[in-house]
Design a protein around this ligand. Structure first.
Ligand code: KMT
Ligand code: NI
Length: 178
């Protein structure tokens, strides 16, 4: 997984949006934001993903296929929804099985976008309360495991005045020292 600052140049969300020269983001920066990641080769991934799942209490999982073929009629709407800046009240956990894409997470306190270019073998944990979004890249497909702690809840809360008062947002800010 490569992490770098998003260049904020308007245009196609599927492009890399990497500064020239690139402005890489250090693993320590991600860890200070409570963003966690592991690399687990896809070949024979199951025991190692199971181990992380057990350690962190992820009891359920399913597979999501984000592609025109995999989603059909709801594809365009989903793509738009994923890219709206939002937060969740639970962690968003993804293990990439095939394809690629970009998760953007907001840095605190700068509010800069950090782009995470994910590829097969990346296991990413986006903490509850962090603002983020997702887009496919130009290859236009990704397949991922979605893991969850208990009952799957996929409610996105789009950023706004309400989310600033959300207790999960408040806890998140406290956890990163703000
Ligand atoms: C999400 O919630 O943003 C997604 O599931 C995106 C696709 S998973 C790689
Ligand atoms: Ni999300």
């Amino acid at each position: 997984m490569r992490a770098y600052y998003f260049d904020n140049v308007p245009g196609d969300q599927r492009l890399p949006h990497d500064y020239v020269p690139s402005r890489p983001v250090a693993p320590e920066t991600l860890s200070a934001l409570n963003v966690r990641f592991w690399t687990i080769p896809v070949e024979g991934y199951e025991p190692r993903v199971d181990e992380v799942a057990k350690e962190r209490g992820y009891k359920n999982r399913d597979t999501i296929d984000v592609s025109k073929a995999g989603m059909g009629a709801i594809y365009e709407e989903k793509i738009k929804g994923f890219f709206q800046e939002h937060m969740h009240e639970d962690e968003e956990i993804r293990y990439i099985l095939s394809g690629s894409g970009f998760f953007d997470v907001r840095e605190t306190p700068t509010d800069a976008w950090i782009r995470l270019a994910v590829e097969p073998g990346d296991l990413l944990v986006i903490p509850a309360g962090i603002y983020h979004r997702f887009t496919l890249d130009e290859a236009d497909n990704i397949r991922a495991l979605r893991l969850f702690q208990d009952e799957p809840k996929w409610i996105p809360y789009n950023r706004g005045v309400d989310t600033e008062a959300n207790p999960h947002r408040v806890d998140y800010l406290r956890s990163v020292g703000v």
